[in-house]
Design a binder for this molecule. Structure first.
Ligand SMILES: NC(=O)C1=CN([C@@H]2O[C@H](COP(=O)(O)OP(=O)(O)OC[C@H]3O[C@@H](n4cnc5c(N)ncnc54)[C@H](OP(=O)(O)O)[C@@H]3O)[C@@H](O)[C@H]2O)C=CC1
Ligand SMILES: O=C1O[C@H](COP(=O)(O)O)[C@@H](O)[C@H](O)[C@H]1O
Length: 455
């Protein structure tokens, strides 16, 4: 028996990812037998109007909808330490219906500035004890606010109750990074500076921010994507072999390597803002918020010393991709001259995920010409594959109490240290055209070679 409380239930994240994840879990039979979902927000929305909203964001499903809709409630009037709005009443009714001892899972799908107050309110209104609480990223908005939020959270909750989500860790292909590496001796052997010349973690998006301008303008690409998703994926690539593939060891391996991230040098980072961003309703007319970031990350571990990790992401770019590429070194002999960056092992994190291998091969024919040849392994094509979207996977993990794919404060503290110089002395934000690959200056970061995507 579980009562889910979804804070920010009518927001962008809830509509695009969290509510669809619940729908998937319900249809797959992966939710507890008795469950109810209580949406929360500062406005007053009737249960019926909330159900209509949920139905719309799910694309007006028919089959299974009536059963799902019965389990949805809305508690309006906000929730803070001074006033619980109608949340306590609605939770009380929900628990009276499915069980007074039902597990409470609070999901904070709200901007990070609102995390401290809601956390405090959970304690004040008696909703913290025995509950599990899911925090969206970014966990804090600066190194200082991270520390303060961490203290506030631990004043109300035990660490074992806290699930800091970073949904890139829940993606099928992200988990493939360690699965393929450790399931194969050859793969494990090439996973180091000896064989890898550079790593690119490239997440361009064509997406706009108009439906979440206020949140985005207060956040920007560095906080929204770099210190969060791109760093976590970098940790997944860079970690040392864990003691076991058990949840705690995997989590520890990822968190530990973040301490080896060298603080980013602002001279090795480019920030951009797409032209027209400031005209969006909700964006400050003189906003300098970054909608693009590219940065070179160095990882000071014996395995990765000297290997640049090139990280890039931005909104309104030319394409949407989520690619992690290990560019393999080319040997000096016996071939005299080989094209650069032609041997690449790459993981597409988007959708159900794909693994691609590009290798230089001799072009069949009388000459000895080499040509890059690629093979693709769409993960969904594996026999009996049943891929699950990241949010469904992670919400299910919260339900079963599996913390392997959630972040820990020690790793996050190190991540904030590594991004600090970029926050304290950011380079000038450079304008770029929507539909482009961001500021031209970002190309130089990849020198002497190039970004694999886009140019
Ligand atoms: N959108 C996305 O694609 C993703 C977002 N995230 C994370 O999810 C979180 C929410 O993002 P998103 O949904 O885009 O943001 P939104 O701007 O859509 O905010 C979500 C909801 O939070 C409520 N809210 C806003 N400000 C406050 C406040 N000061 N106090 C209390 N409630 C507030 C609003 O609900 P109401 O007005 O009803 O109170 C709003 O609808 C962020 O932490 C973000 O980083 C993570 C992954 C993807
Ligand atoms: O957390 C976020 O992630 C999305 C990208 O996620 P995906 O669902 O496309 O994998 C990004 O667009 C958004 O700005 C950010 O908040």
């Amino acid at each position: 028996m579980t009562v889910f409380v979804l804070f920010g239930a009518t927001g962008d994240l809830a509509a695009r990812l969290v509510l669809p994840a619940f729908w998937t879990l319900a249809n797959e039979g992966l939710l507890p037998e008795d469950w109810l979902l209580v949406g929360n927000g500062r406005g007053d929305v009737s249960h019926e109007n909330f159900r209509a909203h949920v139905r719309e964001v799910l694309g007006s499903p028919k089959k299974g909808w009536a059963e799902f809709a019965k389990r949805l409630r809305f508690a309006g009037g906000g929730f803070n330490s001074d006033s619980p709005g109608s949340l306590l009443d609605v939770i009380g009714e929900a628990r009276a219906q499915i069980g007074v001892n039902s597990q409470l899972v609070h999901y904070l799908a709200i901007p990070p500035v609102a995390f401290p107050e809601i956390t405090k309110a959970l304690g004040v209104h008696g909703l913290a004890k025995g509950s599990r609480v899911v925090y969206e990223k970014p966990f804090g908005t600066s190194p200082e606010s991270f520390r303060s939020l961490n203290r506030q959270v631990h004043a109300v909750l035990d660490e074992s109750q806290v699930y800091r989500i970073d949904h890139f860790l829940g993606k099928e292909a992200t988990q493939q990074l360690h699965a393929m590496r450790f399931a194969n001796q050859t793969m494990a052997a090439i996973w180091s500076r000896e064989h890898v010349e550079s790593v690119q973690i490239d997440v361009p998006e064509t997406l706009d921010v108009a439906n979440r301008a206020q949140f985005y303008d207060a956040t920007g690409a560095v906080l929204d994507m770099l210190v969060t998703h791109l760093f976590q994926v970098a940790a997944e690539v860079a970690m040392e072999p864990p003691a076991s593939l058990g949840a705690a060891d995997l989590q520890a391996a990822r968190e530990t390597v973040i301490r080896r991230f060298r603080p980013i040098d602002p001279a090795e980072a480019v920030l951009g803002q797409f032209a027209g961003y400031r005209d969006i309703k909700g964006v400050a007319p003189k906003s300098r918020t970054d909608t693009f970031v590219a940065a070179k990350l160095w990882i000071d571990s014996p395995r990765w010393r000297g290997v640049p990790f090139l990280l890039r992401t931005g909104k309104r770019l030319a394409a949407s991709e989520q690619r992690v590429s290990l560019v393999l070194r080319t040997p000096g002999a016996p071939f005299r001259k080989l094209p650069p960056q032609a041997n690449v092992l790459s993981f597409s994190l988007a959708g159900d995920g794909e693994v691609d291998l590009t290798l230089l091969a001799k072009k069949p024919g009388i000459a000895d010409d080499l040509e890059p040849a690629s093979v693709a392994l769409p993960l969904a094509s594996l026999p009996e594959a049943d891929p699950i979207p990241a949010y469904s996977r992670l919400i299910h993990d919260v339900l079963i109490g599996d913390r392997a794919l959630f972040t820990r404060p020690d790793g996050l503290s190190a991540a904030w240290k590594a991004v600090r110089p970029l926050l304290d002395t950011p380079p000038r934000t450079i304008a770029y055209e929507p539909g482009s690959w961001g500021p031209a200056k970002a190309r130089k970061l990849a020198a002497p070679h190039r970004w694999l995507l886009g140019q």
